[in-house]
Design a protein around this ligand. Sequence first.
Ligand SMILES: Nc1ncnc2c1ncn2[C@@H]1O[C@H](COP(=O)(O)OP(=O)(O)O)[C@@H](O)[C@H]1O
Ligand SMILES: [Mg+2]
Length: 325
Amino acid sequence: MTYKVTADDLKRVIEKTEFDNGHFFHHGKVRDSFVLDAKRRAIVVSDRVSAFDFVLGTIPFKGQVLNQLAAWWFKQLETLGVPHHLISVPHPNVSEVRNVTPLPIEIIVRAYLTGTTTTSSWYAYQHNEKRISGLEMPTGMKKNEIFPEPIITPTTKPEIGHDRNISREEIIEEGLVSSEIYAQVETLALKMFAHGQVVAAKQGLILVDTKYEMGLSAEGGLVVIDEVHTPDSSRYWIAETYQDKLEKEDEPDSLDKEFVRRMVVNAGYDVDNEDQNPKDFMTDEIRVEAAQKYLELFERMTGEPLNLEKNDDSQGVIQEALKNL
Ligand SMILES: Nc1ncnc2c1ncn2[C@@H]1O[C@H](COP(=O)(O)OP(=O)(O)O)[C@@H](O)[C@H]1O
Ligand SMILES: [Mg+2]
């Protein structure tokens, strides 16, 4: 039985972790990362949730669900011989990883014409003459329809500001990634995606699209970093109802972070109203409900029960785990 989340669990959230080991640290939107030595980093996946380009607040247990899901997927990748950054998971929220130099791009693979934001394929289909990241999408497609084959639409990864779509040619011309490495990036991305689709299908899910990050090791080899195929980096639909929803022109049933966006919108947030901040719509009720969804999602995706950590001193235990690395 999946654990029943209550308002009491809100006190257990992991908002932010500090670790003073005198080395470089970085607080991203979701992850806090600490350089351990030249070769290793510790990444603490917090319970922060980001959507609409804002950190909306925290959702109990979200960090451990994401960290464990990423670890589960990294393990799956080993059967494919894809080099990844994960060394160990010393605590449900913590990953010990190889420290590499991230490529300055994000690699998005899309199997379906969909999305809501201005970088989505559906937006490009309507507003940019069916062109995305230098690729031309087929004519006559409906929203949420499958592409003849998955497409790769990279984006930039700016330190500040919004991502923008970029083409293969621009990436190489601008010297962001060499053409040799970029060819390897594409091969790896498609290989991982095809495998992810097969694994998802076994669970009755459709892997719709996903984002990969890769880096270069000191030896110059490509390594998959960050997270793979998690509900924060990917879009998943329920296979069983997909066809029916497509025919009725309804939105497919989803199993990813989309439910957080929908809850916030249902609570009154208007994406087009710049005077509003989606944070103001994240009620405790939504946080508890979203936590429950994340727990269920782990089990649905992996077919395995989640070993949930409910500790009243999570920060203390995390500090211990970090010190031991
Ligand atoms: N193995 C790794 N080596 C170096 N950097 C990494 C590694 N894995 C992830 N990162 C970086 O750590 C950050 C993760 O934090 P996150 O909260 O996702 O940040 P962001 O706000 O940039 O999305 C990202 O910038 C990611 O590129
Ligand atoms: Mg990120």
